[in-house]
Design a protein around this ligand. Structure first.
Ligand SMILES: *Cc1c(COP(=O)(O)O)cnc(C)c1O
Length: 400
């Protein structure tokens, strides 16, 4: 690429591919998004108002679910879903170690015990065979994560769940807009959670959503979102207009109307944003298939990823340096690389709970090779070329 590939690495004093760093993920906010939020600010409600239910209806329709319950973060959505599933002290919930800490913290919030099942080496998604090995009398639910945007092996996970009467809470924070055997993510599991943090496909600043076809779960999620308080119309009739009852220990997980205004206009752009992410991913695929030293994640033919992340794996046996050096060299070139994720139970808090290294060997060995490259809908073709150019430059310099 422009002869830059043979140039001295920025980390060794050469000139960087980009003078300013390109982030690995970023929101795309357009004029109509801004206008929608401004209009909401002029409205009567700032928090729970008509825009919350409008956003929920539009979201449920988009992902093919009966109910959508909006909350103020993806983490709150996970907490509410684990609560709605009835997970309590001592109950075990199986999840993956290659995920953000929230996928497992939500189990601890309810007094449950996270049980980590190892991942498939080529997709980094939870491995159904490993789930089977972790089942016990205490298992209550499974939280598969659609890593990087590619749905997990949902057919296999569903058949395990059905056989053992388990609830599936699909963590789809990476996979809004993805599909599995032709069905949209959101229509596959008992409950599915999404996040609208700025690095995700669409944003509300902070925000989350749980979708479900189950009326009872939808009700429990709504009550949990607002302190565990429920208002029964009949009771209110008898007791007077002030009547309400707190029936569960809930939280204030409500999302403001202002943010739902942003969510509504962002949701209308989902297809365009996902399309652009896929376009960038296929440009990366095309280029990286020609570089021996790196290997992208494998995509299964029966799933369409919505590419929250683009993860490459380094073949360290073909390089003179390790992942840390390659990572630092790419950073120095102005490429905002990241690593998703450190095996979850390696974090000190989980170690203090008694989880030990070696628990999921595939996750641990893959972790040592992975780097996430920038991928978001607002990247220009020039940004994409810069990433490719920097990867080529760094690999060339460290090739054996
Ligand atoms: C982003 C994310 C979450 C949590 O979302 P927040 O909205 O930041 O609370 C949960 N799980 C995964 C896999 C995520 O990437």
């Amino acid at each position: 690429m422009n002869g830059a590939a043979d140039a001295k690495l920025a980390i060794h004093g050469g000139s960087p591919v980009r003078p300013e760093s390109l982030p690995y993920g970023h929101q795309v906010i357009e004029e109509d998004d801004i206008q929608n939020v401004v209009d909401a600010l002029r409205g009567f409600f700032l928090t729970t108002g008509p825009l919350v239910s409008e956003y929920e209806r539009a979201f449920a329709k988009k992902v093919g679910a009966r109910h959508a319950v909006a909350l103020n973060s993806g983490t709150a959505a996970l907490h509410a879903a684990v609560f709605a599933a009835g997970v309590g002290p001592g109950d075990e919930v199986i999840t993956t170690p290659i995920t953000f800490v929230a996928s497992s913290n939500c189990i601890l919030y309810c007094g449950g015990v996270p049980v980590f099942a190892d991942v498939e080496a080529d997709t980094l998604n939870i491995d159904p065979l490993r789930i089977k090995e972790k089942l016990s009398d205490r298992t209550k639910a499974i939280i598969p994560v659609d890593f990087a945007g590619q749905p997990a092996a949902m057919e296999e996970v569903t058949s395990i769940a059905n056989e053992h009467d388990l609830v599936i809470i699909e963590d789809a924070a990476h996979s809004l807009g993805a599909s599995y055997k032709g069905s949209p993510v959101g229509s596959l599991s008992t409950m599915t959670i999404f996040s609208t943090h700025p690095v995700k496909h669409i944003t509300t600043g902070e925000g989350g959503m749980v979708v479900t076809d189950n009326d009872e779960y939808a009700h429990r999620l709504r009550v949990f979102r607002t302190h565990g308080i429920s208002v029964d119309a009949n009771e209110r009739e008898r007791a007077g207009d002030w009547f309400y009852e707190m029936k569960d220990l809930g939280f204030n997980y409500r999302i403001p109307d202002i943010l739902c205004a942003l969510g509504i206009s962002q949701l209308g752009k989902l297809e365009r944003f996902v399309e652009r992410r896929r376009e960038i991913a296929s440009r990366y695929d095309e280029f990286f298939s020609r570089i021996n030293e790196i290997e992208p994640l494998r995509q299964r033919p029966d799933r369409e990823s919505s590419f929250h992340l683009y993860v490459i794996r380094l073949k360290e046996e073909l390089l003179t340096v390790g992942r840390k050096e390659v990572f630092k060299a790419l950073k120095a070139e102005g490429i905002g690389v990241n690593v998703h994720y450190i095996p979850l139970y390696w974090h000190p808090y989980y170690q203090s709970l008694g989880y030990t290294r070696g628990l999921c060997p595939v996750a641990e060995s893959q972790y040592r090779k992975i780097i996430s490259l920038p991928l978001w809908a607002g990247m220009s073709d020039k940004d994409v070329e810069d990433v490719i150019c920097a990867v080529e430059k760094v690999v060339r310099a460290y090739r054996k």
